[in-house]
Design a protein around this ligand. Structure first.
Ligand SMILES: *Cc1c(COP(=O)(O)O)cnc(C)c1O
Length: 373
């Protein structure tokens, strides 16, 4: 058997979160078993996509669902669906979209590295607003006969320059335009799975490989049946834009299982566990000379999911002899590797993806690094 060990790939203690680079999240045993079971026979992928979508939609009480090869793939498919619909001719033409309805309106503060998936599918962004403010009339003024949809990035809604989602949906629907929402990392809370749909969003995208703990290469799309059917027309296994975003049967069954488990899971219990891990680290690190620690929840935009308690450690270089980035890098070079994040002001320790007991390893490694100095 090939193992990470055999390849020389090192284990990571993940005190940063569900980062794609650090392999997202860990699947539950039941998910792996379901995938193994699914691997033993042939099925029709079209039928599997349609039946799993129906099953998930029923579980969540939403109109329609579709499994994709990640939230970013879902973004590309949404784009294709808004441009080409279910017209086979147009679908084959993408990403070339010259002369088609291909514009997506986005607030400047909502641009992010994942939105390249919109461009990949032939979409063009029309930006509105600025770093300080955006007005509803700017959104209305940007709408033309070339507009295919409106893109909204949930993590940006804490910026004061962001329009409220309510208002965006109201304006979009007045002009018969779909609102596509990137909510890839907005879980927990579990309620967010349906929150944006209930607000009237047309497509909402989640990562399957983050808090849902499905296969890392999976994603979940929720929304209006008619629009999701168009996404499917542009997606795998059809010969269309989505063909390279392949989805194996095991992944589809894996994410469906993960969602079912997610809904049945005691989310309060998970939260208590994170609180306990964060508190353990806080109690054991708070008296260190050179550390000033706040235990709390992020109130800045772009630290997601905001619902997980974290340690915000301010590192005094004049006392410790190194700054927060150096401390972060030393932890990343330790054995085992400990990954933590840093932002402008602090070192961040996030228990979201820490396994039980790993908080003790994080503490030990921090102490070791401090002692080396
Ligand atoms: C992770 C992430 C994505 C991409 O999701 P994948 O499932 O990895 O494709 C898109 N948008 C945001 C905000 C994310 O955090």
């Amino acid at each position: 058997m090939v193992t990470y060990n055999k390849l020389g790939v090192k284990k990571i203690i993940n005190a940063a979160g569900t980062y794609t680079k650090y392999s997202g999240s860990l699947m539950k045993e039941e998910v792996l078993l379901a995938m193994q079971e699914a691997s033993r026979q042939f099925v029709d992928i079209d039928q599997l996509l349609s039946k799993s979508g129906q099953y998930i939609a029923d579980l969540l009480g939403v109109e329609a669902a579709l499994i994709t090869a990640g939230a970013a793939a879902g973004l590309a498919l949404s784009t294709a669906a808004c441009i080409a619909g279910d017209n086979k001719d147009l679908a084959r033409q993408l990403p070339l979209s010259e002369g088609l309805k291909n514009e997506f309106i986005v607030m400047k503060s909502h641009r992010n590295p994942y939105d390249q998936a919109v461009l990949t599918a032939g979409g063009k962004f029309v930006e509105i607003g600025n770093a300080i403010e955006t007005f509803g009339w700017e959104l209305e003024a940007a709408i033309t006969e070339k507009t295919a949809g409106i893109f909204f990035f949930v993590q940006s809604d804490l910026f004061r320059s962001s329009l409220e989602l309510d208002e965006v949906i109201e304006i979009a629907h007045r002009y018969n335009l779909p609102v596509i929402i990137d909510a890839a990392a907005e879980l927990p809370p579990k309620e967010n799975l349906t929150k944006f749909i209930k607000m009237g969003a047309d497509i909402v995208l989640f990562s399957g490989g983050k808090d849902l703990r499905g296969p890392q290469s999976s994603g979940l799309m929720l929304g209006k049946q008619e629009l999701l059917d168009k996404c499917r027309a542009n997606g795998y296994p059809n010969h269309a834009l989505g063909r390279p975003m392949k989805l194996d049967k095991e992944t589809i069954i894996g994410l469906t299982t993960a969602i079912e488990l997610y809904l049945a899971e005691d989310q309060d219990k998970r939260m208590k566990c994170w609180e306990k891990q964060a508190d353990y680290l806080y109690q054991n690190l708070k008296d260190i000379d050179g550390f000033e620690i706040e235990l709390g929840y992020p109130d800045q935009p772009l630290t997601q999911p905001a619902s997980i308690p974290r340690l915000f450690i301010s590192v005094a270089e004049e006392i410790l002899g190194f700054n927060k980035e150096e401390l972060r890098d030393k932890l990343a070079q330790s054995e085992p590797i400990v990954i933590v994040e840093s932002d402008k002001n602090n070192l961040l320790i996030n228990p979201h993806m820490l396994q039980q007991g790993e908080e003790e390893v994080v503490l030990r490694k921090i102490r070791e690094v401090l002692k080396e100095e």
